[in-house]
Design a protein around this ligand. Structure first.
Ligand SMILES: *Cc1c(COP(=O)(O)O)cnc(C)c1O
Length: 337
C-alpha cells in the first residue's frame, strides 16, 4: 500500500519560521484548501492548531466542516451563496451580488480587486457593499486582496500593495461610518510574505510555504513536509532487448533488475508517457509509460520514495509544485512521523 509521510518537525519548523516573520502566530491564516495541498486537511489542521494557529482558510463549506474543530476562524474562499450557509464560518464576498443571497447574520470578508481582476469588489463598490450588508444583516468583519504576481520579481506587487492601502483607508472610514468594529485585513500569500518588509497589522494567508516550498531564495529556510512512497507489487529481470509497460516504450539495453510499484496516474500522479528522464527521489528513472495504478523502475526494495520534493516532478511536467501536490489522491494513507 502506497503512503504519504508527513514530517511533523518540518511542519512545525515552517510554522515557526512563518510566525517569526509575521511577528505573531495568531496573525497567521493557514490556507488548508484542497486537502491542505494534498498533505491531508484534518492531519495538518490538528498540527497547526496544536501549534497555536487560530485562523484557517479553505475553498468550500465541505472543507471548512472537515477542519471546523481546530480553528476559531475559518474563511471560506470560493463559496457560491445558497442561503443555507453554516454560520460558524466566515464567507468571502467575491462579487457584490453575493451579499444578496447569503443567509442572514453571517460573518463575511470582502475580497477587494486591487488588480488581479479575478474576484472581488472595486473601490467604488465599497460604500454600496456596506449598505447592502446592513440591509441583509451580514457582518463585514474583514477584507482582503490577492496578489496576481507576488511570485515574480516585478513592480506589480508594490502597485497592488498600494491599491490595497487605499482600499483599507476607505474601509476604515466605512467601518466607522456604519458603527462596526474595525475589521481585520489580509493580503499576503506565501510568495508575498517572503518579500514583505512591513505587514502593518495585517494577517497573512499562507499556503505552500507551510509545506516547505519557497518561491524565491528561501529566506525563511523552509523544510519539505511531504514525501510520497510507493510499495513494490512485483519484481523481475528485464532481459536485454525486452521492454516494460504499455507500448514497450522502454527497452532494456542490458539485463536489469526491475520492479513495479503501486502508484500511478489513478492516484493523482501526472501521467508520464515514457519519454524524457523522470527521476524518483533515489535518482533512478521511471521506466516506460506510467500505468493507471503502477509504474516500473529499477528494483529499490519493498518501497521507494517517489518524491520528497514536488519541484522535481513539477519541473519535469512544466508545472508548479502546487499542481503536483494537490492531485495526490485522498485515498493514499497519510502518516505522521
Ligand atoms: C490559495 C490562496 C492563498 C495561498 O497561496 P500560497 O501561494 O499557497 O501561499 C492565499 N490566498 C488566496 C485567496 C488563495 O486562493
Amino acid at each position: 500500500m502506497s503512503e504519504i509521510i508527513i514530517d511533523k518537525n518540518a511542519y512545525l519548523h515552517n510554522l515557526t519560521q512563518i510566525s517569526n516573520k509575521v511577528g505573531d502566530k495568531e496573525k497567521v491564516i493557514a490556507v488548508l484548501k484542497d486537502n491542505a495541498y494534498g498533505h491531508g486537511a484534518s492531519l495538518m489542521a490538528k498540527l497547526a492548531s496544536e501549534f497555536g494557529i487560530k485562523w484557517a482558510c479553505v475553498k468550500s463549506i465541505k472543507e471548512a466542516e472537515e477542519i471546523s474543530l481546530f480553528f476559531e476562524n475559518i474563511i471560506v474562499l470560493s463559496h457560491i451563496p445558497t442561503g443555507d450557509e453554516n454560520p460558524k464560518f466566515i464567507y468571502a464576498i467575491n462579487d457584490i451580488s453575493n451579499l444578496l443571497n447569503l443567509k442572514k447574520g453571517l460573518k463575511v470578508h470582502l475580497a477587494i480587486d486591487t488588480m488581479m481582476h479575478r474576484n472581488g469588489l472595486k473601490l467604488g463598490d465599497l460604500q454600496s457593499a456596506f449598505e447592502i450588508a446592513k440591509k441583509m444583516d451580514l457582518k463585514i468583519c474583514g477584507a482582503y486582496t490577492h496578489f496576481r504576481s507576488s511570485d515574480e520579481f516585478s513592480a506589480e506587487y508594490f502597485v497592488q500593495k498600494e491599491n490595497f492601502e487605499i482600499a483599507k483607508a476607505r474601509l476604515r472610514e466605512l467601518f466607522d461610518k456604519f458603527n462596526l468594529p474595525k475589521g481585520v485585513f489580509h493580503s499576503h500569500n506565501s510568495a508575498a510574505l517572503e518579500r514583505a518588509t512591513d505587514l502593518g497589522d495585517e494577517l497573512v494567508r499562507v499556503g505552500i510555504a507551510q509545506f516547505g516550498y519557497a518561491q524565491f531564495n528561501d529566506s525563511l529556510n523552509l523544510k519539505k513536509v511531504l514525501s510520497l512512497w510507493a510499495h513494490r507489487v512485483s519484481k523481475r529481470v528485464l532481459a536485454k532487448g525486452e521492454c516494460v509497460g504499455y507500448g514497450g516504450v522502454f527497452v532494456a539495453s542490458l539485463d536489469l533488475d526491475i520492479a513495479t510499484y503501486d502508484l500511478g496516474y489513478g492516484d493523482g500522479l501526472l501521467r508520464y508517457c515514457g519519454i524524457g528522464d523522470l527521476h524518483l527521489a533515489n535518482g533512478q528513472k521511471v521506466l516506460g509509460k506510467m500505468s493507471m495504478d503502477s509504474f516500473s523502475t529499477i528494483d529499490a526494495g519493498s518501497k521507494v520514495c517517489v518524491f520528497d520534493d514536488a519541484n522535481v516532478w513539477a519541473e519535469f511536467f512544466r508545472t508548479i509544485s502546487y499542481d503536483i501536490l494537490v492531485k495526490l489522491s485522498k485515498d493514499i494513507p497519510r502518516k505522521i512521523i
